[in-house]
Design a protein around this ligand. Structure first.
Ligand code: NAP
Length: 315
């Protein structure tokens, strides 16, 4: 067993991502002690039952006290207030990071609270499922999934190296980029697809001519895949759209233009255009599978179990 990278790590927010970090830290012996904090008594109780952490606190500042690494794992809209709460407890030399799906506004909200001598290095694991809460987590979540770090221009190089090693030992290859670039890339690869899923499932359930029962009964593969994405946590995704407004609106503009082009092709019977577009998109999926970020199994490999089960099977 390799020696721990940190003496004490504090995880603030024990949902899908926070609890998965607790599991993988235990598997990889990443910390001598894991401290956790969650908002509700119910989550703290579940975390205790699941033995997610060595120590649990209702107060995030108590969890962060004496920690060498603090990772914010709650919805991004909570980060500013949380950073204000934990700031006085942070020890000099500690690293503060996060897992938020948006980076520019997190830097805007958290940055001003970080005391002199504490290293703030934002991060985002590109790993997740549509499930949330402390019971949704599992150690394999990060295996082979990218972790993006968006250090600030004056970020401490050894602290960045240590955080990079942390994610690598969690199973994630690490990519470094600017927060603005992160927000633009994620707007098209993650945020817009979620918006489209929420919208299409919403439209289907609002249709007056098709009863909700029929939507369920005849839901074909395409619609079913959208419902999976559209069942993702509403608080988390509300915060993502409120915090990545500009990049999402930019991508939504491009998406709408391309959709209008497809609409015109259907109207004018332009089969060549449709065929060319669909061939181009098929190649994109092949590329994702070849890059090891997806499985070629029908139903994204989810038909016969959850990602946790497939991960266990392939482990
Ligand atoms: P989640 O399963 O819904 O868990 C959120 C956790 O945050 C819960 O433990 C919740 O506590 C806690 N929390 C909420 N408000 C809080 C507050 N004001 N103070 C302290 N704790 C608070 O969410 P998640 O999916 O793990 O997402 C967490 C973060 O990871 C988000 O920033 C998200 O953008 C990012 N992320 C998510 C995914 C994904 O696919 N889900 C992927 C990558 C990154 P209670 O249970 O007590 O309410």
């Amino acid at each position: 067993m390799r020696s721990p990278l940190f003496d004490r790590v504090a995880i603030i927010g024990l949902g899908l991502i926070g609890s998965s970090l607790c599991h993988v830290m235990r598997r990889e012996n990443l910390a001598s002690e894991v401290a956790g904090s969650a908002r509700s008594a119910a989550t703290l109780k579940t975390a205790e039952r699941l033995k997610l952490c060595d120590r649990l606190y209702a107060d995030p500042a108590e969890a962060a006290a004496n920690a060498d690494l603090v990772i914010l794992c709650s919805p991004v809209g909570t980060y500013g207030a949380l950073a204000g709460k934990i700031a006085p407890a942070l020890k000099p030399g500690a690293i503060v990071s996060d897992v938020g799906s948006v980076k520019s506004t997190v830097i805007r909200d958290v940055g001003p609270h970080i005391p002199e001598g504490v290293h703030f290095i934002p991060g985002h694991p590109i790993a997740g499922t549509e499930h949330s809460g402390p019971e949704a987590g599992f150690a394999e979540l990060f295996d082979g999934r990218w972790a993006i770090l968006t250090p600030l221009p004056d970020s401490d190089a050894p602290a960045l190296e240590q955080l990079k090693s942390f994610w690598e030992r969690c199973g994630s290859p690490v990519e470094i980029m600017t927060p603005e670039h992160h927000d633009l890339v994620l707007a098209i690869t993650s945020h817009l697809p979620h918006l489209i899923a929420y919208n299409i499932v919403g439209t289907a359930s609002d249709l007056e001519t098709v009863t909700e029962k029929e939507v369920m009964k005849f839901s074909a593969g395409g619609f079913r895949d959208f419902t999976r994405i559209a069942s993702s946590d509403p608080t988390m995704w509300r915060d993502v759209f409120l915090n990545n407004k500009d990049a999402v609106l930019e991508m939504l503009g491009r998406f709408t233009e391309d959709l209008t082009e497809l609409q015109r092709a259907i109207r004018w019977g332009d089969g060549d255009k449709l065929f060319d577009k669909f061939s181009q998109t098929r190649a994109v999926r092949r590329g994702i599978i070849e890059a090891g970020q997806e499985t070629a199994d029908p139903d994204f490999g989810r038909k016969h179990g959850t990602q946790r089960e497939s991960a266990k099977k392939s482990a």
